[in-house]
Design a protein around this ligand. Structure first.
Ligand code: 5GP
Length: 213
């Protein structure tokens, strides 16, 4: 086997793609669009101990489990990463992600920042992207505009966002979601390695932009 063939064999493995962003700021919509428009991705369904929201189905948005079930799986090393977030556990089941990557598929993880840092350690080649509105006013406008959350919940999410901002520079890529279509296309370009094609910045720039909050 020559070097070129070896390279090819290595690249058969699918990529791990981490997408993080402020809760309630439109990241879910962007991920859905990415899946619809660029059909080659597999979305990992996380496990969580929080209660389903109305309309959420077990095995679709999340696998909803008890604390005991979650902790058992932690002991069995059944998660690629897991974290506590606002009083509940969230984790990425290991088997599903590994099987799909081994089959050459790119696997998307929609996870928060602590989990993303664990992925960075274990999978340095994972593509890590932070999706954000352009500034704090826009974030607030989206949270209020959904009309589904009380003023108290909006305040809580904004506070949470303020904490998460300090982690934004840890992500090599920041993508603004002014417009769903463009954002999904930018993310697709980043994953495909076509970095010139999108309007994103690297870590240093992400730090500067985070200052807009
Ligand atoms: P929510 O309860 O609003 O669905 O999710 C809360 C936060 O947990 C979001 O930022 C979401 O991206 C994150 N999250 C969802 N699944 C996982 C997971 O498997 N691991 C980690 N670390 N975070 C997750």
């Amino acid at each position: 086997i020559d070097a070129a063939e070896t390279d090819e064999a290595v690249s058969m493995e699918g990529k791990l793609v981490v997408i993080s962003g402020f809760s309630g700021a439109g990241k879910g919509t962007v991920v859905r669009r990415l899946m619809e428009e660029y059909g080659d991705y597999v979305l990992s369904i996380s496990m969580t101990t929080r209660q389903p929201r109305s309309g959420e189905r077990n095995g679709v948005e999340y696998h909803f489990v008890t604390n005991e079930e979650f902790e058992d799986l932690v002991r069995q090393e059944g998660f690629l990463e897991h974290a506590g977030y606002v009083n509940h556990y969230y984790g990425t089941p290991r088997a599903f992600a590994e099987q799909n990557m081994n089959a050459g598929r790119d696997v998307l993880l929609e996870i928060e920042v602590q989990g993303a840092m664990q992925i960075r350690k274990r999978f340095p080649d994972a593509v890590r992207i932070f999706v954000s509105p352009r500034n704090a006013q826009e974030l607030e406008r989206r949270l209020v505009g959904r009309g589904t959350d009380s003023a108290e919940t909006v305040t809580k999410r904004l506070r949470q966002a303020l904490q998460e901002i300090s982690s934004v520079p840890e992500y090599p890529f920041l993508v603004f979601n002014d417009e769903v279509e463009t954002c999904a296309s930018d993310i697709n370009s980043l994953i495909r390695g076509d970095r010139g094609a999108c309007q994103t910045g690297a870590g240093a720039r992400a730090g500067a932009d985070a200052a807009a909050f």
